[in-house]
Structures are given as C-alpha cells and as structure tokens.
Design a protein around this ligand. Structure first.
Ligand code: BGO
Length: 673
C-alpha cells in the first residue's frame, strides 16, 4: 500500500499560500470548516513517488501568539494535530518579515520545508538568495517557487516527500537571546525539565513563551501541579530582566529575533544595487572624489598607483618574454646555420626581426596592465569624475572639462583620443583638444620609458613614468592656453557634465576593453613594427660588406646627418637620431630600432644604453620621445578631423617643443647634477 503523509501549508496572509496549495493539489481538493468555527478549511491531495500526501491549508498567520482566530486555528493544528511536515510559504519579496514566522516554527521544533515563493519579484529587484547557505543555517530544505506560474512546484513536491519520509533530523536551530535572557532561560528550563510538563511543547520554546508572557501558555501552566509556583518564578525573571534592560521583555525578545533574521538575510541574500541606491552610493563616493581639496590629489594618486602596478606586476612577466625571445633568436640563427643558410638571413631573422620585434613585444604585459587599469577606471565611472575634477582647472586654462576625456583616452592611444573630440560641442574646443592630444603620453611610448627608466632609474621607475605623464599633461594644458590666446579669443561656454552613477566594473567587460586596445598593439607589432625593423636592418646592413649597424652603414650615415642637431640635448649620436626618425612610423619603433642596432636582449640593450647615455641625457631623450611629432597614423587622423593647416601646426609645434624641452632640461640638469 502507498505510504500516506499529512502536511500543512502555513504562512503569512498573501504569501501565495493558496496559489501553492492549488498548484500542489490541482483538482483534488475538499473544502470544509475548521471544527467549531466558520473559518474555511481546505484540504487536498497529491501523489509523488508512490506517496500520498494530504495537504491542509492553514489560515494565513503572522505569528503563533494566538491573538486572532486564524492564528489560534493554525497554532492549535500545528501543536496538537502534529502534521508530518509543515511547508512554510513565504513572500520572498518581504523576506525578513516573513521569516519571522519561520523562526517561530523552528523554535517550535516543527519538521519544516521552507518555500521561498514570489522569487520573481525578488529577482526583478536584483536580489539573489543563496538557498544553500539559508538551508544550512536554518537546518531545513529550502525551495524557490513562483506559485502563480507553477514554477518550482515539482521541486517542492520532491522536497516535501523526501523530508517527510526521512527520519526527522535533530533540531539545531537556536536564536541567541543575549546573555541576561539566556541565563533566565537556563534557570527556568532547569526548573521545568524534571516536571515532564512541557509536552507537547519543546522545553526551550515553552520557557521563551512564558518569558514573552504568552497568555495561553501561562493559562495552561496555571493548571499544572506547582503551576502557581512556576508562574511566580517566571514573573520574578521577567521583573529582573526588565529592570536590567530598562524596557519591556516581550519587545526585547522580538527585537532579538529580528536581529537574528537581519543577520540571516544579510548573510544569504545579495542585492545588485538599483539605480536609486547606486545614485545614493555614488553621491557618497563623489563627496570625497569630487571634493574641492581632495579631488585633484586623489586623481594624481590614482595615476601614480597605476604606474606602480604596471611595473610591479608587469616587469616579472616582461622578463620571461625577454628570455623567450633571447632563446628564440639563438635557436633560430643556430637552426639556419645548421641547414647551411646564408649569414645574412640568420642576421635578418635574429638581429632584425626577432631582436627588433622582441624588444617591443617585451612590453606587452605592462601595456596590457595599463589598458586594464584604464578600462577599470572607465567602466567604474571614475573617468567622467576625473574630467569633472579637472574642469575648474581646465576652465582656468581656457578649455572645457569635457576636453579632458579625449586627453585621458590619449593615454591609451592618441588616435581614439583625437577621435573622441567629436563629442565636444564647440569647434574651438575640438581643435585645441586635437592639437594637444599628442602630448598625452600614449602606450606606444611606454616601452621607451620602461627601457630607459629600468636602465637609469631602476629604483624610481614608477616616479619617472609619473613625471613624464604629468609633464605631458601640463604641457598640453599650457599649449592649449597659448593656442587659445593666439587663435580663439571667445570665452568658455558653460556646459553640463554628465556624471553617471558608479558601477562595479564587470570582469568580462574590462577584459574585452583591455583586449580591444591591447590587440592593436600586437597587430602593430606584427605589421608596421616588423616592416620598420626590417627596413632598419636593411639600411644597417648596406652597402654590402659594411659592418652591421656601424656608422658606415646607410643608416649610420643618415643618423650622423641629424645627430649634431641633438647634441645640445645630450644624445647627439647617430643611433638616437635614427631611432627618433623611425619612431615617427610608430613610437614603439624607437625601442625596436635600438633593439635592432644593439641587439642582445633587454639586459644587453640596457648595458649598451649605459655606454651612450647618462641619467640626465636619458631623461632628456624620454622627454623628446614624449613630445616630438605624433606618429604617422596619428598625423593622418588629425588631418582627417581638421585640415592641413592644423595638421602642419601639430607636427611643427611638437617637433620644436620636443627639442626645446629636451635641450632646456639637459642643459639645466647638467648644470646642477
Ligand atoms: C492575486 N509571484 C507573484 N508575482 N505573484 C504571486 C506568486 C508568485 O510567486 N504567488 C502568488 N502570487 P494567494 P495567500 C492578484 O490574486 O495565493 C499572487 O493569501 C489579483 N487577484 O496570484 O492568494 C497571487 O493565499 C489581481 O495575486 O496568497 C495573488 O497566501 C492582481 O499573489 C497574490 C494581481 O496569492 C496572493 C494579483 C485578483
């Protein structure tokens, strides 16, 4: 014969209990009255796994205090008719309040399944619930349902039958009512435990109810032998506790239950903040980040931190890549020699391509990290704040704060930076921002800084980088001011700056942004940089018979032609001139050229540089690389966005400014150092 069990559905009014009941039992329902009263009693049945389950739908209740008729019916049934299992149906969109009833059921020691109904409403609010955690803390099975759509009902049937047919687990659930109350609970429990009076109630529940002043339990106790004595003892405990706490004990107990539930909900639910909450949180963060005094220091500190991170994490990986290319160069030239290949081919592949491209690719980890941080700053909403923070400063210099975003993007690459000026309303702002964008130190210049800072300022690499980026920004602002005075005289029009709420950057989004930009660097390494270093190798090998990369080679002669111009800046030798000339193709080629000419891996390259540069001339060279001429693709973009006149100005002023700044720095610093 099929096993039969009887269960009860209990829950707050409007928790969806009727919907759960209808879904569980379908048409197998019977409607009658509760004994002695005219309150409707619904019973139904369902079968699951050869188990026949009778479901009794209890009236909706908020508690078990027996104040109302409905509550009394539910309580009587639960205490005296002892169903095999109780399903607590709760409205999850009002979790804490609904769990209050569940806590009381648990204290009563009922065999329970928790049905988190109305999950659709909760999820629509962006709240998720960790049912495993909830189940493990409460020690009962937890099922999610959307009863009006019949979702989760089968899982509920399964949980009901499994739990009801299993041996009931020992109840571990216990709310801690704080030291003083717990001490009284213990004393009273001690008093009642031998009297075998607590049936059908669990001892602890009975004691707590007595302390709460539950009239029905107190009345029952009165009829017990020594009932008066017990009542007297309970009264003493209540008076003692209320005197200690200074307020009513019933309130204290309810508060402790809610305190427990508050902690439980925090532990088991996670809320994605809605737009309003995010705006509130954003306002709070903004009060610090956009603060008049703190705003700019916070912005600078973030940039400084970024470079520390770029080095701390990037350098170890860069060393591995360097070792890999070193090994590859040796292996390939040995391979070519073994198969009897010509010496020039071995030189082209290992001195030219592997050395040149390798010397640039080594910086991939640093560049990816820089893009990663930029993506995090953008996606979190901080970039817009940086523009806002700089707004006052920018106004003072004749530009609008909005111009700062194209400038910041220029840190990654000047080309999207120049294109981002399209968002600026005024033509004047656009042209000024385009003209100064090449002064924002793009990531292609990073390999140059890392190479030189590593060789000459190994203890202060982050600081050196920070100083160069800052120099670029300061120069950009000063030049914009100068050009505005010369070319555009009108005032800055006031504009609203949008500040979107902060949001947690999504890992996937951040990595996609990083990859979009980082892969451009890789593509450049595979195309223009390979072509550049091959051209350099060819020029360094010709005319035939000349020593590779010597001053007599074509490239040596070309470099020697321009080298005297660089003498006042401290790097008047032909290799530096050649690196700068080829760097116009793409700034990474500055390093690629040095790699091709000096070869021998990062360490060898550093040693070679130490012979040619001093720390002062190295810094002057970095300044030159920062400022002089935008790369060819950037020049083409400026032309596309403006006209030849502005493009000519951009090329001309950067070349001149680069030279002037490098010379002034070298001359002044040499006088002091
Ligand atoms: C009306 N999700 C949602 N969104 N709603 C639910 C769910 C759920 O999981 N479960 C039930 N509801 P009862 P009690 C109603 O009746 O089962 C809805 O008191 C309406 N009625 O459909 O009666 C359910 O037995 C007109 O909604 O609860 C019902 O515990 C407009 O919650 C209400 C909108 O369910 C209460 C809803 C004429």
């Amino acid at each position: 014969m099929a096993q039969t069990i009887r269960i009860a559905l209990a829950g707050n009014p409007n928790s969806g209990k009727t919907s759960v009941f209808n879904n569980l039992t379908g048409s197998r329902q019977h409607v009658g009255n509760w004994p002695g009263v005219t309150v409707e009693k619904k019973e139904g049945r369902f079968f699951y796994d050869e188990v026949e389950v009778t479901v009794v739908d209890l009236p909706g209740t908020y508690g078990l205090t027996a104040y109302s008729l409905d509550e009394r019916i539910a309580r009587e049934f639960l205490l005296h008719e002892t169903p095999d299992l109780v399903v607590a149906v709760i409205d999850s969109s009002n979790l804490e309040r609904n769990l209050y009833l569940v806590a009381q059921f648990l204290e009563l020691g009922l065999n329970l399944v928790l049905d988190l109904n109305m999950m659709d409403i909760l999820e629509a609010r962006g709240v998720s619930i960790n049912t495993e955690a909830l189940s493990s803390i409460l020690g009962i099975p937890v099922v999610k349902t959307v009863a009006n759509k019949g979702i989760g009902i089968d899982a509920l049937r399964k949980a009901i039958v499994e739990t009801a047919t299993e041996q009931q687990k020992e109840i571990t659930f216990k709310i801690d009512y704080d030291r003083d109350i717990e001490a009284e609970i213990e004393t009273l429990s001690e008093l009642l435990k031998d009297k075998k009076l607590s049936k059908p109630y669990p001892l602890r529940w009975l004691v707590v109810k007595l302390l709460e002043g539950d009239p029905e339990v107190l009345d029952q106790v009165k009829t017990w032998p020594q009932g008066k004595e017990i009542q007297q003892r309970v009264l003493e405990s209540r008076i003692k506790l209320e005197r200690h706490m200074g307020y009513d004990l019933e309130t204290a107990i309810v508060e402790r239950r809610y305190g427990f539930l508050d902690g439980l909900v925090r532990e088991c639910s996670k809320k994605k903040l809605g737009i309003k909450e995010r705006l509130d949180v954003s306002d709070r963060i903004d009060s610090v980040v956009l603060n008049k005094v703190l705003g700019i220091p916070i912005f600078l500190a973030l940039i400084w931190l970024t470079f520390q991170l770029v080095f701390a994490l990037g350098n170890p990986i860069a060393d591995w890549i360097d070792a890999l290319f070193g090994w590859l160069g040796g292996a390939v030239s040995a391979g070519i020699a073994t198969i009897g290949g010509p010496v020039w081919l071995s030189s082209l592949v290992s001195d030219g391509i592997i050395s040149g491209v390798g010397s640039v690719l080594v910086f991939l980890p640093n560049i990816m990290l820089l893009f990663l941080v930029i993506a995090i700053l953008e996606d979190s909403g901080y970039m817009a704040r940086a523009a806002f923070v700089m707004d006052r400063f920018m106004h003072a210099l004749g530009l609008h704060g909005k111009s700062f975003i194209p400038l910041l993007i220029g840190f990654g690459c000047n080309i999207p930076g120049i294109m981002a000026t399209r968002t600026l309303e005024s033509r004047k702002d656009r042209i000024l921002t385009i003209l100064v964008n090449p002064l924002m130190s793009c990531s292609a210049r990073l390999p140059i800084y890392i190479l030189f800072a590593g060789a000459f300022f190994s203890k202060h690499q982050g600081l050196v980088l920070f100083s160069l980026y800052l120099t670029g920004m300061v120069l950009a602002i000063l030049i914009a001011r100068l050009f505005k005075t010369i070319f555009f005289k009108e005032e800055v029009a006031p504009l609203i700056m949008e500040l979107p709420p902060y949001r947690m950057p999504q890992l996937k989004g951040v990595f996609i942004h990083m990859w979009e930009r980082g892969s451009l660097f890789l593509r450049k390494a595979g195309t223009i940089i390979v072509a550049g270093v091959m051209a350099i190798w060819l020029l360094a090998s010709l005319p035939i018979g000349v020593e590779y990369a010597s001053q007599e080679s074509l490239i040596g002669k070309l470099g020697s032609l321009f080298a005297p111009l660089l003498e006042p800046a401290g790097f008047g030798f032909w290799q530096a001139a050649v690196a700068l000339i080829f760097g116009i193709l793409a700034k990474e080629i500055v390093v690629g050229t040095l790699g091709t000419l000096y070869g021998v891996g990062q360490e060898g390259l550093r040693v070679a540089l130490l012979q040619y540069f001093t720390p002062v001339s190295a810094y002057a060279f970095m300044l030159m690389c920062l400022i002089y001429i935008p790369c060819i693709p950037a020049i083409a973009t400026i032309k596309r966005e403006t006209n030849w006149r502005w493009t000519g100005l951009a090329v001309g002023y950067t070349l001149l400014l680069g030279w002037i700044v490098a010379v002034i720095f070298f001359q002044l610093a040499s006088a002091f150092v």
